[in-house]
Design a protein around this ligand. Structure first.
Ligand SMILES: [Zn+2]
Length: 67
């Protein structure tokens, strides 16, 4: 399977084990880089959702019944 790209290629779909699906990966200098669909590399998908919820809680007032 070929893994090289033209210089005009900026992204490509590739399976990301962390996201568990094919996601957009950055391509630079003809080589595919990391997945662009998750920001913190050490967070699992489940941890990412928790982090997103915490971030949302900072913006929105805390709602009853949601923890
Ligand atoms: Zn990913």
């Amino acid at each position: 399977m070929s893994e090289h790209y033209t210089s005009s290629t900026e992204s490509d779909l590739k399976y990301c084990p962390r996201c568990g699906r094919r996601t957009v990966h950055a391509v630079s200098s003809g080589r595919i880089g990391r997945c662009t669909e998750h920001q913190a590399p050490r967070l699992s998908q489940r941890q990412q959702r928790a982090a997103d919820k915490r971030a949302a809680a900072l913006v929105a007032p805390r709602l009853p019944g949601i923890d």
